[in-house]
Structures are given as structure tokens and as C-alpha cells.
Design a protein around this ligand. Sequence first.
Ligand code: BGC
Length: 479
Amino acid sequence: MNSYKFPSNFLFGVANSAEQSEGKKDFKESSTNWNILYDKDKNLFYNQVGSFITNDTINNYKNDLLMLKEIGINSYRTSFSWAKIFPKPNHINKEALTFYHNYIDQMIKNKFKVMMCLNHFDIPDWVVEMGGFENKKTVNYFLDYAKLIIAEFAHKIDYLSTFNEPIVPIQAGYLGMHHWPQIVDNKRAVQAAYGTILSHSVVVDYFNKNWKNKIKTQIGIIVNISPALPKDNINFSIDDKKAADTYNLLHNYALLDAMAKGEFSEELISLLKKENILPEYTKEEIELIKTNKIDFIGTNYYNPFRVCAPSIPLEGNGVSIFNKYAQPYLWDKAIMNKSRGWEILPEMILNIATIIKERYNNIPFYISENGIGIENEEKFRNQQNKSIDDKYRCAFINEHLNFILKSIHELNVNCFGYHVWTGIDCWSWMNAYKNRYGLIELNLTDNTRKFKTSAFWFKKIIESKETDKNILTISHYLP
Ligand code: BGC
């Protein structure tokens, strides 16, 4: 708890993404990697709900943005859908462009800072067929897509980011079974990660050379720095510490070093060499990556990782490089969100701020997503006014905000905003609607919306620019 205040220009907002909220309308868009996974096996998705059931932003954005305005937010982030804009290679869908113009104009009308992301876990089916970011041709198509977005919309966008959490599709799709292509293959994972870095770099290079001095738009990247800790962070061996360092290297730094500083660290190169999984690259590409210069980092933060040295050696390409070097460690004293299996540790905001200050040259950053969703939120419904009384969410947000204030005032970092994930309950990948994250409830039966307690609470925080001194800690409210 502290009595610091947020700066008057601090950005309070909410975050969202195209696939998770827009819905499909007659745009003749292509299907996405998520539709492909669903068609392969709908049982992969909670209650067999795929991204065809959303809060239908396409038809509701005006009202939705007005409701968010009532909460008092001053910034809004979502992503463009590549599949809607380019349903086929080189084929621009004008209707989709019109939708995004109307949507963004409405954000501006509500006086929100506009934050848009080019890619948030969804790729068109024709990119899937090409092999996603493993195929270098995808880099060119991604640049074409970015060029179109920049020419059409950049003058309306305040913060443009290339990717959201670029490590996640790699870790969850090439080293796990939660995203397409559902394989465990370290070599292919590194190639896809490299293709993602290159795609980011060509866009940043194009933007900086052609647009930077002409418009106010800032360009950056949204990552998810989630510090890895050795066991309980008190009693651990040298090997446990090494495991945590390797996890941090792979999860937090491998992509961000390249995307924010144009560098690949010596540790990373020697690890990839040792594993014989260096990607295919050219000198020209590495030179291009070196020129990367971004204006800001957005970092999503939900949970830390606890790891220890593997108890038995794991070998072979079928073993994810993460598991080979670091085994997940379950600490019995951790405060957990059991619905998600994620530990809650707000103080990690200080570690993240320190990493940004020390490793990324104190670049301006914001917490681009933070929030909590619990299974069966229905149990929090207030029987009198019938709304969801989600004090647990208020407590969760409050504790994280306290550490943001501490990092701004005591670490002197340039943290310029905080975005809750999310405004209105939305579809959440394989978890579909299992855990609700919104400040506003979505009724899936009749598509209506209703403010939760957290919406009114967040409004007070935004107005006062202070955290709540009376609320109890998160563990008090967790079921
Ligand atoms: C992702 C969101 C997702 C949220 C909750 C974040 O890592 O960016 O798309 O819905 O986690 O699972």
C-alpha cells in the first residue's frame, strides 16, 4: 500500500483482440488458425465453443465503446484481423477496411487513445497453408498487410504494435498443444520465432523509414514478460537458479532482445548452437534486425513462473527446450487462481519494471494487459441487483496498481499506462468462456451487457488517480 498518485496523463484502458471479440460477418473473410483447430477437434475447446461465438463487436462496437467511456477509460487496445483484411493473398477486403475505419473513428469520438496491434494469435487460413511464420514468404505478406494498415489507419492510431505476446504461439503451438500447429519441435519453433522477429523487423524498418517523421504514431511491441523464479525464491540450488535463468532467456528475452534492441544475446546463440537448432538466416536479415528501433514496449502480466532444475535429464527433439532446461515447480504456499492454474504475485511488477529499466534502456512502457478470470463467475452474482459482484477482480487490479505506482515513483521507470484484460467478457482461446475476465458481463444467451462491481470500482480509481486503501487483499476474496 502507498499513497502515491498516478500522473495526470496516465493511460487507463482495456485490451481486447480481433479473434476474441469481433465475430464473423459477411465480410467474406478467410477462416483462421483457430477455425482450423476447431474443425480438427472441437473438443479442444471448452464446452466446444469456438471463436464463432463472440461478443459480436462488429455489430455492437458503438454501444460497447460508450459503456467503456462511462467507466472513464482514456485508451483502448485491440487488434486488426489479417484474415478479414486479406481473405486471400493480395486480395484486399474493402468491407473489412470500412469496418475498422468506423470502429477506430468511434474510439476517437470517445476520446480514447487508439492502440492497435497487427497480430494477436490469429493468422488467415492461407498463411496456415504456407506454414505460418516458419515460411519466409510469410514475412513479405505480413509486410504487405502492415503497409496497407499503416497507409489506411496510422494517422488515426496513437500506438501501433506489430505482435501481441509473440513467444506464446511459439511456446503453445510449436512446443505445446494449445495453439496451431500443435507440435513439439524445437527446430521448427526456433524457425517460426525467427520468422516472427523478421516480420516485426521489416515492419518497424518500413515504418521508421517512411512514416516516422510524418505522423504522431508510435511503434512498438506487446510482450508478456513473466519473470521465472527458482522454486520459492529463497531455498534453491545453483542448478535451480540456472533453470530460472534459462527460462527467462527463452521466454522473456529471446524475442524481445531482437525486437527492441536488434540483438541476439551470446547466451541465446550458444544455447541454440548447442542444441543444433539455429534458424536459417542471412547476413542481410541480421543487419535489418539490428536496425530495430521501437518507441515503446507493452507488457502483459498475469503470473510469474516457478521452476527448478529437471529431476531427470530429458532429451530429444520431442522434448520442449523449456522442459529440458527448467521443470515447472509447484510451490504449495503460492496464492493461486485455480481456474487458470496461474499464481498471483503482484510484486513481480517491480521485477518487470527493473528488467525494462536495465535491459531495455528504460524505454517507455505500459502494462498492456493484466486481469483475472475465474470459472463460474455466476457464484458472485448479487441477488438484489443481479450484477456480478467481482470484488476479487478489484483486489487483484488494486494490488497490481500499487506496484505500478511504486515502480513509477521509486524506480523512476517510464510506465505510461495500465490496461485491464478485458472490458467486456470475451472468448479466450481454448478456454472459450470458462473464465470471465471483463469489467462488463456478457450474457451469452441474449448478447446483453451489464456492468460488474469492478467497472464502478475502476471508474473511481481512474477519477481519483489513487489506489483503494480500504479493499482487502486478493486472497481474502478468492473462492
Ligand atoms: C492473451 C489474451 C488472453 C489472456 C487470458 C493473454 O495472455 O493476450 O489473448 O485472453 O491472456 O488468458
